[in-house]
Design a protein around this ligand. Structure first.
Ligand code: URA
Length: 279
């Protein structure tokens, strides 16, 4: 990149648009770091080793790097087995949160700012599970707090509920970089945790939001458009059977508002089922 290009606003605009399209919406450091500057290139190594031997903030990334390298040395299949083992050990939601906080077997943890565990009332009879946190959720450490979260709140309100009478989580507890789709392996590694999460909450009714959570929790290859609106059963690893209603993801509904009526119908069925189970 020439300095002429960098001084050209039209070029910079194009470059930023390209980054935005690619999902790059986060700065990794507070200060910009011009890695292309000839001076930095020549002295970068000396500067970084000098810093790492004198400051603790420079040591932190190093320590994190060695955790990351140690975790990367374990094959992904073994990480999935480790996840199953660890998830089984959790006897409470707090224990599960601690286990997830310490778990280093999913690469998504290293690019996320926060663990996004859950929100709402864990004593509620209704639990909803989405896919993965986005930018707002990553910043706040809470699920569904961005645009789709606001729509989800309105969907809950339509059946007389809010976050004091519903519990919300995701199949993936760390934001995938640039909001990319989680890979099948990442989902497989995270699966034991959400399954144990559901088992510990023991909701009377589960709602899966969108394709990925429906496919994962109901072990089906059938798409959400065919699954939604009819009852299925999610079976937890311990054999607990929970009536489950798949419905459309709020992010999809923001793009396809004409389909909101379908989600509304699904949620009315949920409301009726909960009333039936109550009575
Ligand atoms: N989409 C999800 O699936 N989960 C969130 O928490 C936010 C957006």
């Amino acid at each position: 990149m020439t300095s002429k290009a960098l001084n050209n606003p039209a070029y910079l605009h194009e470059l930023l648009a390209f980054y935005a399209d690619a999902g790059v919406d986060e700065a990794l450091a507070e200060e910009p770091n011009d890695r292309l500057s000839p001076q930095k290139a020549a002295t970068g190594l000396a500067v970084s080793s000098a810093l790492s031997s004198t400051t603790s903030t420079a040591q932190q990334p190093q320590a994190e790097n060695s955790v990351r390298l140690a975790a990367a040395a374990i094959p992904d299949e073994a990480q999935a087995a480790r996840a199953r083992d660890l998830a089984r050990q959790a006897q409470s939601l707090e224990e599960l949160r601690t286990i997830l906080t310490d778990f280093d077997g999913c690469n998504l943890k290293f690019t996320a700012r926060n663990l996004v565990f859950a929100d709402g009332n864990p004593q509620a009879d209704l639990m909803l599970v989405g896919e993965a946190p986005g930018r707002d959720e990553d910043l706040q450490g809470l699920p569904f707090v961005g645009r789709s979260g606001r729509l989800l709140d309105r969907m809950l309100a339509a059946i007389g509920r809010d976050r004091t009478s519903a519990y919300i989580s995701n199949i993936i507890p760390w934001r995938p970089p640039g909001n990319r789709e989680p890979s099948p392996l990442e989902s497989e590694i995270c699966r034991p945790f959400i399954e144990r999460h559901i088992e510990l909450v023991r909701p009377k009714v589960l709602v899966t939001l969108g394709n990925p959570s429906t496919k994962l929790l109901l072990q089906t290859k059938t798409g959400i458009m065919r699954m939604r609106g009819t009852w299925s059963v999610h079976t937890t690893p311990g054999g607990l059977e929970i009536p489950t209603m798949p419905t459309l993801h709020p992010a999809y509904l923001l793009r396809n508002p004409a389909h909101k009526k379908l989600a509304w119908r699904d949620l009315l069925a949920v409301k009726m089922k909960l009333a039936e189970l109550e009575g």
